[in-house]
Design a binder for this molecule. Structure first.
Ligand SMILES: *[C@@H]1O[C@H](CO)[C@@H](O)[C@H](O)[C@H]1NC(C)=O
Ligand SMILES: *[C@@H]1O[C@H](CO)[C@@H](O)[C@H](O)[C@H]1NC(C)=O
Length: 361
């Protein structure tokens, strides 16, 4: 019987591949088959393959330039997940897209304005020249969390938006497996950019409009972390509503929430746990002063993988008919917009709070 599952390769064998990609993909192994895992070195690829083999006995171990070429040439692999150091992902994604592969790239979308512009221009020219219309999806998962989907729909009930707060007191200390990740320590913008894209994605999804300008202060207090580790920014939304975004990479009092206050009510999304499960509490405060709260466990990574696999299996059939529209929540440009907001904040921080417009993509 012909293989019905979408066959993919994973480029990268680090913590996120081992702790998220492999387990989450194994839960949807009726839809997907991991055909190969690649890393620069054989040792690193083997480590991840050993974990994946339990769920995907067919998985092959690939490494180095030769291994990468084999994956690119393998026509049974239509899609590739790029889960590499933030500095190298865009170049790798473009190489695969040019070869006709559909790509799901991990966040952050890019590291600078120059890289975003190069990426979008290159992708447009690839699309103009390839009949297969390769999809460039960006994995940031927050837009797929049920809590944000629900939060966004509740926004319709709060009336005119008056103010927005996003407060992030992170817990990126030495107990966190990403704390010593070498590429993150050598990434311009540090953890603020790498982690911050998630919180901006959540914000943009909830309010349903773009951030137009920012004014920020950045600082470096915890010298165990790359700079900056603290950012405090005022921002302006397209709809005229002002807001604040405050992020501390590592604190002793982890707390993360988004709060949107309107004329007729307030919506708040809080990171939390319930019955040992991690997720979010979505609260709605109505005109009567009552608060209704619901807990939604995390499932964004799985939902996003499913959406990408669905797009890959559908585009192959549909592209010949008429322009298939892939899931917009994981399009590369959405991820680029999240990066653009943080780059504007970091830029403003460097200019002592000068008002900086957010580049539109
Ligand atoms: C790191 O943060 C977590 C969560 O706040 C905490 O449980 C843990 O004790 C912290 N570890 C260190 C070394 O500070
Ligand atoms: C850090 O990044 C710079 C520029 O991206 C690069 O030239 C350098 O080799 C990197 N260093 C390490 C140790 O990764």
């Amino acid at each position: 019987m012909a293989e019905k599952r979408t066959q993919i390769a994973i480029l990268g064998a680090g913590i996120f591949v081992r702790s998220q990609y492999i387990p989450r993909l194994s839960e949807i192994s009726d839809l997907v088959l991991v055909k190969a895992i690649w890393s620069r070195t054989e040792e690193s690829a083997r480590g991840a393959v050993d974990i994946a083999r339990k769920h995907f006995p067919e998985v092959e171990c690939k490494w180095g330039d030769e291994g990468l070429e084999e994956i690119i040439r393998d026509e049974s692999i239509p899609a590739v997940a790029v889960v590499l150091a933030g500095q190298t992902q865009v170049d790798m994604s473009l190489r695969l897209l040019k070869a006709g592969k559909h790509v799901l790239q991990e966040k952050p979308a890019a590291a600078s304005t120059t890289e975003i512009e190069m990426a979008l221009a290159s992708y447009n020219s690839i699309l103009a020249n390839s009949p297969g219309q390769p999809i460039w999806a960006l994995a940031e998962n927050y837009r797929f969390e049920p809590a944000f989907v629900e939060g966004k729909s509740l926004l319709a009930e709060i009336g005119d938006m008056m103010t927005v707060q996003v407060i992030v007191e992170g817990s990126m200390n030495s107990s966190n497996p990403y704390f010593s990740s070498s590429w993150r320590r050598n990434f311009s913008g540090g953890f603020i950019l790498d982690m911050g894209v998630h919180f901006i994605a959540g914000l943009r999804m909830l309010v349903g409009c773009e951030i137009t300008s920012v004014s920020a202060t950045t600082s470096h207090v915890d010298l165990n972390l790359p700079p900056p580790d603290i950012i405090s920014s005022a921002f302006q939304l397209e709809n005229g509503c002002p807001g604040v975004f405050v992020m501390v990479v590592s604190s002793q009092s982890p707390k993360i929430f988004w709060r949107v206050v309107g004329l007729k009510g307030t919506v708040q999304v809080d990171r939390g746990t319930q019955d040992g499960r991690h997720g979010y509490v979505v609260s709605f405060y109505g005109a009567d002063g009552q608060c209704k709260s619901t807990f939604y466990p995390f499932s964004g990574v799985t939902e996003e993988l499913k959406a990408f696999l669905h797009d890959v299996s559908t585009v192959t059939v549909k592209v010949k008919e008429s322009g298939y529209k892939a899931e917009p929540r994981c399009s590369f440009v959405e991820g680029a917009r999240d990066v653009a907001v943080l780059l504007a904040m970091l830029d403003s921080g460097n200019k002592r709070g000068e008002l900086v417009p957010v580049t539109k993509y």
